[in-house]
Design a protein around this ligand. Structure first.
Ligand code: SAH
Ligand code: AVI
Length: 342
């Protein structure tokens, strides 16, 4: 239970990702609202402080975490076809939301260069650390591609400059990150992306597909304990922002695959009754043993469900690409014109 005894305050910026006082005050409100829910939650975007971004990169290399390597293989195999569909040499800009280290994007940029285009790459991420990794990786792999870094929360402000020279723009939302939201938020986010595109531009959407529950379960319960550490680290990230007193060591990582809801749920379960001072969030959080905090959902979809999300957000589904093992899908959707004012 959350007990309030003070309003969340604003103060000097403490993290690179929430640089302004306003953004910080907003984050404190968001955390307060989320912790007040039953069960209490911490929104998953708070995973990605510097350490969280590093841990996520480690996760992508774990033997159990199949999504990254499965999506990468699919992208490498289909990069030429995707770029052709997106305008070939006329493709002037690749914009990636939640780019992370952008380790898979190089294949698409290389295909665009091969087709005679001169694309620029725009990376949008809430994590300054992830953007720095993107810059490093791109500079090493493809120094001729200009890179713009946008440090932003794409659920709030997503305003991109128009594509240069009237060329085509390809938006990327990869990694299965769309599965970290319920349908209404996912559709809102895709709509926000579409509003930044010109009619006819493409979105490439990566989605985890329904597969063997044991395989999915193992991906979030790795034997090296990296995902458990990633999960607990969200509390350090909240402490840094709010000056709260969560002790990550007092929480157990619990991540079941809930078969009938087609989703992993990540929880932090207290090992004993706890009282946490929420610092600048305001008040105290009283948790009984077993009263867990939910930190993430990670959904698995069918092809029809992915197509539905695209359609609801104003895209016409153009192409479906699927990994040979059926575990990951890439959907290409073409932005339809807005019904301006309707
Ligand atoms: N696309 C990459 C990274 C996925 S991890 C891949 O497929 O491997 C999710 C990424 O999205 C992280 O880099 C995280 O910092 C970023 N992210 C999460 N929530 C965000 C938000 N609300 N706004 C902007 N970036 C966000
Ligand atoms: C970023 N997102 C798609 C990852 C996922 O699989 O849902 C985050 C993650 N959580 C635990 N492991 C990886």
């Amino acid at each position: 239970m959350l007990r309030f005894d003070q309003a969340p305050g604003s103060g000097p910026a403490r993290t690179a990702t929430l640089a302004s006082g306003d953004a910080e005050a907003e984050a404190l409100w968001e955390l307060r609202t989320a912790l007040q829910r039953t069960p209490p939650e911490v929104p998953c975007k708070y995973f990605y402080d510097d350490r969280g971004s590093e841990l996520f990169e480690q996760i992508t290399r774990l033997p159990e975490y199949y999504p990254t390597r499965t999506e990468r293989a699919l992208l490498v195999a289909q990069a030429g076809a995707i770029v052709e569909e997106a305008g070939g040499a006329r493709l002037s800009e690749v914009v990636e939301l939640g780019s992370g280290a952008a380790s898979k994007t190089v294949a698409l940029l290389e295909a665009a260069l091969r087709s005679g285009g001169r694309p620029r790459y725009v990376a949008v991420d809430i994590s300054a650390h992830a953007l720095a990794r993107t810059r490093e990786l791109l500079a090493k792999a493809r120094p001729e591609v200009p890179v713009d870094e946008v440090l932003a929360d794409y659920t709030k402000d997503l305003r991109l400059l128009p594509a240069l020279g009237g060329g085509r723009r390809l938006a990327l939302f990869l990694g299965g990150t769309i599965g970290n939201d319920e349908d209404p938020e996912a559709i809102r986010l895709l709509e926000r992306i579409r509003n930044q595109l010109a009619p006819g531009d493409l979105l490439l959407l990566g989605a985890n597909l329904v597969t063997d529950p044991a395989v999915i379960h193992a991906a979030y319960n790795d034997s090296a304990g990296v995902t458990a550490e990633f999960n607990r680290n969200i509390l350090r990230s909240v402490n840094a922002l709010a000056r709260s007193t969560f002790d990550p060591a007092q929480f157990e990582h619990y991540a079941p695959y809930v078969v009938d809801r087609q989703r992993i749920e990540m929880w932090l379960v207290p090992r004993k009754d706890l009282v946490v001072d929420l610092g600048r969030i305001g008040g105290r959080l009283e948790l009984r043993r077993w009263e867990a905090i939910r930190t993430e959902i990670s959904r698995r979809f069918t092809r029809e469900q992915v197509t539905h999300l695209l359609e609801m957000a104003g895209f016409s589904p153009e192409r479906w690409l699927e990994s040979p093992d059926g575990r990951f899908g890439l959907a290409l959707g073409r932005a339809l014109a807005s019904l301006g004012g309707l």
